[in-house]
Design a protein around this ligand. Sequence first.
Ligand code: ADP
Length: 543
Amino acid sequence: MQGMMMHRPLRISDILSYAAEVHPTGEIVSARTEGDIHRQTYPQTLSRVSQLAHALRARGIGMGDRVATLAWNGYRHFELYYAVSGIGAVCHTINPRLSAEQLIYIVNHAQDRMIFVDTTFVPILEAVKDHLPSDMTYVVMTDRAHMPENSLDALCYEELLDGQPTEMDWPEFPEDTAAGLCYTSGTTGNPKGALYTHRSTVLHALMIALVQGSVFEEGVKVLPVVPLFHVNAWGLPYSAPLIGLTLVMPGPALDGPSLFKLMDQEGVYSAWGVPTVWLGLLAEIKEKGRLPNGFGDVVVGGSAAPRSMIETFEKHGVNVGHAWGMTEMSPIGTHGNMPPDVQALPFDQMIDMKSKQGRRAFGVDLKIVDDDGNRLPHDGQAVGELYVRGNTIVSGYYHNDEATEKAMDAEGWFGTGDIASITPNGILSIQDRSKDLIKSGGEWISSIDLENAAMSHPAIASCAAIAMPHPKWDERPVLVAVAAGEERPGLEEMHAHMAEHFAKWQLPDDLVWVDDLPLTATGKVSKLTLRQQFADYTLPDLR
Ligand code: ADP
């Protein structure tokens, strides 16, 4: 029997209209590329989003057209998220840290019609424009006074909005209409596009709001360091307006001192980003001998949060939420709100629990399987390849059948490429990316576990464990480390430090000091590049 309830299509535009009405004092505070701090409320934002939507239509942008952004976190980028999708077009966020070759590939693959660009990234586009469609329209996201000299024949964002109506009758269309497009950074092969819908985006926003709403009161200030140009800033641009949170956008300055200053001035309570960003902030906290004013919560994800980092934050009284997700999952898969009894555990055990990758979010089904695709139990012990299913997860890649076929299993689940265990109450523990696991003598060693143990040594600022080829054992682990100060412990000292967590054969064969580790376009340690840098390396027992 069919139920008798209305069926209203889920629309992204409804999120901002709701926030403007119900949370009129919620703000978007932005550290601008112009160098100052800018503030606007949700109602003001809605007016400007309406103007931008009219302006886009006036330039012929309509249903399904791709409009790209190349920008930092700021209010204009946020406005593009809503204006573009609001009129049924597709907001394609481009990661400015991609190589020129990848950028050319994705703009052509997505067939973008317009690119909105921050002043800082204009040179990137100038360098590649001859390889982009010749009828492309470029818009620089600033006012006339700050327009840079450029060879793009670019329009000015503020002039585009000028004089446009501040109200919009947002169109209705089927909820499966495409709304956003984000390419994975493509550590292997070309980047692959995740094409989000209005339905997936609104459901994802509700799903996160369910978690955030239980811990953040209306008006709380949240700082997304995680970029709007990748993985939808973990969904914050959509969930924050629903709850009435104020978003503090950091703009281009993401170093520890700049973040500290902004958080301190604005009284940011919760800050979100990848572990590498927090290394900088923690160094500044140490330097200043205090936390930024009002800081009490940090959400870490994108790659494994080192145990030592979680410990340091918690010792300072900052609650750590450790989350896991993927571009292909909108991106949240798990969240860091642990069951209440975890916070009450003895400190070390609490940190152990928080080092895991959080609890399954509602609407995300998880399964782990063995090499033959057989399901493994969620008993916290069995380790297998992780698959996911749900309304906020891609059903395939945009115009890429080959990658789609590889990613989906026969039952329609999406393969994450991660190796994990799951507890009976839905707590996920990522052991490794399958391509980063180290296989020694037929047994697996988790690179994440090795890194966690090594990083708890005070002399190590950051490190990566990678596999090096070995004729007898297949692969052996090598630890590549960046020193925190002058001290450089030897391999034996590191073995002694790590011994209690590992069998002897699992410990690294060598310790190599480097000045810094290569990062991916999303700020994670790039083990692929690191392995390439070590192409001529020979293990000590083979020299
Ligand atoms: P890419 O970095 O390739 O662009 P994503 O940003 O979507 O792609 O990264 C997704 C991957 O990042 C996951 O499959 C997982 O390997 C890794 N990851 C994300 N969060 C965590 C976490 N908390 N712990 C360990 N790994 C994580």
